[in-house]
Write a protein that binds this ligand. Structure first.
Ligand SMILES: Nc1ncnc2c1ncn2[C@@H]1O[C@H](COP(=O)(O)OP(=O)(O)OP(=O)(O)O)[C@@H](O)[C@H]1O
Length: 306
C-alpha cells in the first residue's frame, strides 16, 4: 500500500485493546484531517496513551482499524515511521549521548530530515549541544524529545504530554513552535492534561474516559455542551433566598464558599440574578461574569460518565 492524501491523515475506528482481560481502550473512533491539531484529553488511566501507541504502531490492537496516511501502523510499520514523528519516552535514549549526537543520529534515520540547528535553537537547546542526555534537566530532556519528534520533517507528529515538566515560558514557546509546525502543513495528534494548552492549540478534541470517547468537538463546542456555559460569582451584601436562587432560569449549578456565591448557567441566569438582587436591594460585591472554560467542560463531561 502507498500513502494517499484522499484519506484522513489518521483514522481510528472501533479500536479495542485490553491488558490482562481489562479493557483499556473500548471502542474508540476518530479521524484527523490534514493540518489539524487534534487533542486527546482524559483523566489518568483513560486509555489515551494506549490509543496513541496503537496509532504509532507500538501496540497491536485487539480489534478495530487504525490507519495513518492510509497505512496500517503495524503491518506497514516502516512506511509509517517515515511519515510519523513521535515523542520518545525517557528510557529510549542513552544517557551518554550528547544533544548534538542525538539530533544528528535521529536526522540520519530520516529520508528528508529538517535542519536540526534551527530546531535546537527554537527549543533553547543550542547551549546544551555538547551536554549528555543523562545530565539534562527534566525540561531540557522534554525539549530534546520534541526536537527529535520533529527532526524527520514528519507529515504527522504524535506528542504525548508535550509540555509536562516545562516552565511557563518554555511551555508558551513550545505552543508557538507547534503552531508554526502546523502552519507548515503537519498534522498533530496531541495528548495533554493541560486545559489551557488544549484550548489554545487544538482544532478539535476527543475527550476519552474509561476507554471510550465521551465527546468529540472543537474546544468551543465542548464548552457549549456543558450545562452552564456562563459562570457568575459575587459576594452578596445579605443572604439570598435559596428557593429564589434555585428557581433562576437556566441555572446549572450553585456553590457557596466563604460568603461568596458561584452560579453556572446561561445569559438568562445572569439577567435574572441581577433582577433578583435589585428586587431585594442586595449589593453584589466583586461581581464577576466569565465564560465557562474547557476545565469546566472537562469536569462536566468526565463526571457525567463516572
Ligand atoms: N502495559 C500495560 N499492562 C497492563 N495494563 C496497562 C498497560 N498499559 C496501560 N495499562 C492500563 O490501561 C489503562 C489505560 O492506560 P493508558 O496509559 O492508556 O491511560 P492514559 O489515559 O494514557 O493515562 P495517564 O493520563 O495516566 O497517562 C490503565 O488502567 C493502565 O493501568
Amino acid at each position: 500500500m502507498t500513502p494517499t492524501s484522499s484519506h484522513p491523515v489518521i483514522e481510528v475506528s472501533g479500536l479495542r485493546k485490553s491488558y490482562g482481560g481489562r479493557a483499556a481502550v473500548d471502542g474508540v473512533s476518530f479521524s484527523v484531517e490534514e493540518g489539524e491539531i487534534f487533542g486527546i484529553l482524559g483523566p489518568n488511566g483513560a486509555g489515551k496513551t494506549t490509543t496513541v501507541e496503537c496509532v504509532e504502531g507500538l501496540r497491536v490492537p485487539d480489534a478495530g482499524r487504525v490507519r495513518v496516511t492510509g497505512l496500517d501502523p503495524v503491518a506497514d510499520h516502516e512506511q509509517v515511521s517515515r511519515v510519523l514523528g513521535a515523542q520518545l519516552q525517557q528510557s529510549e535514549l542513552q544517557a551518554k549521548l550528547t544533544v548534538r549526537e542525538a539530533l544528528q543520529l535521529y536526522a540520519s534515520f530520516c529520508p528528508r530530515p529538517a535542519d536540526w540547528r534551527p530546531l535546537a535553537e527554537r527549543l533553547g537547546l543550542t547551549d546544551k549541544l555538547t551536554s549528555r542526555f543523562g545530565k539534562l534537566s527534566g525540561g531540557q530532556k522534554q525539549r530534546l524529545f520534541i526536537a527529535l519528534a520533529l527532526v524527520g520533517n514528519p507529515r504527522v507528529v504524535v506528542l504525548d504530554e508535550l509540555t509536562t515538566g516545562l516552565d511557563p515560558r518554555a511551555r508558551r514557546d513550545t505552543w508557538q513552535l507547534i503552531e508554526e509546525v502546523r502552519a507548515g502543513g503537519v498534522t498533530v495528534l496531541l495528548v495533554t492534561h493541560f486545559m489551557e494548552e488544549a484550548q489554545r492549540l487544538c482544532d478539535r478534541i476527543a475527550v476519552i474516559d474509561k476507554g471510550q470517547v465521551a465527546a468529540l468537538d472543537t474546544p468551543a463546542g465542548l464548552i457549549r455542551r456543558t450545562a452552564g456555559s456562563t459562570v457568575i460569582g459575587f459576594t452578596p451584601s445579605a443572604p439570598l433566598d435559596e428557593h429564589e436562587v434555585q428557581a433562576l432560569p437556566g441555572l446549572a449549578s450553585v456553590a457557596y464558599k466563604d460568603g461568596r456565591i458561584t452560579l453556572t448557567g446561561t445569559d438568562e441566569t445572569v439577567n435574572a440574578v441581577i433582577s433578583l438582587l435589585a428586587r431585594h436591594h442586595i449589593t453584589a460585591h466583586q461581581l464577576r461574569v466569565t465564560d465557562a472554560t474547557l476545565d469546566d467542560a472537562f469536569l462536566d463531561l468526565t463526571e457525567a460518565s463516572a
